[in-house]
Design a protein around this ligand. Structure first.
Ligand SMILES: NC(=O)c1ccc[n+]([C@@H]2O[C@H](COP(=O)([O-])OP(=O)(O)OC[C@H]3O[C@@H](n4cnc5c(N)ncnc54)[C@H](OP(=O)(O)O)[C@@H]3O)[C@@H](O)[C@H]2O)c1
Length: 266
């Protein structure tokens, strides 16, 4: 489905984004990928045959210029908005700077890229009698209120709402939106964000990327794990106080478990 497309991927230097790039970067199709991340060395190690763009996505002014000058010229037919992050801990203890970074990375950068690229993707699809695709990587956290991860979870809720609303606005256009909501994955994300070991077993990013590409379909919210589908249903049908108190109990249990295993190691 994704062969002979021009594919733009954000956050392609590691984790899920790198798994997408590995699956989609065919040797015989040079320059079919346009990969964005801050660490250009990591990108070069694996994807030297493709267009590599070192950029800090939280720099909105630079990102807008880059999108208008370079990304439109690349003219992607598939866009995978994968880069994301956040810091685990009580909101009151976080810094203004870390909150700003989370908002700029998880929300502003994605909105800006869609806003600039979408008209071109629609026009190109019309001209070529094809369909363009936008896959946005969200999270299972989008369905829940997650204490100690308030801004991250809320930013993913925003992404889901935003993308699902665009699906409605563009139902007549030749563009397919999908929102991918994985649960915990084995990547540097967990260490970088400082999240404790949580309820679900962490999946590997290659299998999650494969799932997203295989199940990509128009206007889909893809939730790979059954437990996360249950959370999503629970978030709609359960009274709010029940789900919230359940989540707090689960989080306290896992934080205590992590503390116990840490103290037993010292
Ligand atoms: N891992 C999980 O448990 C999990 C669960 C649910 C959803 N997700 C979502 O899945 C997506 C991918 O996460 P992951 O686990 O693959 O994370 P990861 O291993 O930390 O990789 C994040 C990627 O985003 C890039 N990135 C981060 N900040 C950036 C910035 N300011 N500018 C440009 N690029 C930036 C990183 O590249 P550089 O460092 O080179 O810039 C890296 O390539 C995220 O949207 C995350 O929210 C992850």
């Amino acid at each position: 489905m994704f062969r002979s497309e021009r594919i733009l991927i954000t956050g392609a230097s590691r984790g899920l984004g790198r798994s997408f790039a590995r699956l989609l970067g065919h040797k015989e199709l040079k320059n079919s990928l346009c990969l964005l991340a801050r660490d250009i060395h990591l990108l070069k190690e694996e994807f030297g045959d493709h267009e590599l763009i070192p950029v800090d996505l939280t720099d909105s002014v630079l990102l807008e210029k880059l999108a208008r000058d370079k990304l439109i010229t690349f003219s992607p037919t598939v866009v995978i908005l994968n880069a994301g992050g956040g810091s685990f801990g009580p909101f009151i203890a976080s810094t203004i700077e870390s909150s700003r970074q989370t908002i700029l990375l998880n929300m502003t950068a994605n909105v800006l890229l869609i806003q600039i690229l979408l008209p071109h993707m629609i026009r190109y699809a019309h001209e070529q009698h094809k369909r363009s695709k936008i896959l946005v990587v969200s999270s299972h956290a989008a369905f829940l209120r997650v204490p100690n991860f308030a801004l991250y979870a809320s930013s993913k809720t925003f992404l889901n709402q935003f993308v699902c609303t665009l699906m409605m606005e563009h139902r007549q256009d030749p563009v397919d939106f999908a929102c991918f909501c994985p649960g915990a994955m084995k990547s540097e994300f967990q260490g970088r964000s400082g999240i404790p070991q949580m309820l679900s077993r962490a999946e590997n990013t290659d299998s999650m990327a494969l799932f997203a590409l295989k199940h990509f379909r128009r206007n889909a919210v893809m939730i790979p794990k059954m437990i996360d589908r249950l959370y999503q249903i629970a978030s709609v049908v359960l009274p709010r106080f029940l789900l919230d108190s359940l989540l707090i109990k689960i989080q306290i249990y896992y934080m205590n478990k992590q503390k116990r295993s840490f103290t037993s190691q010292i």
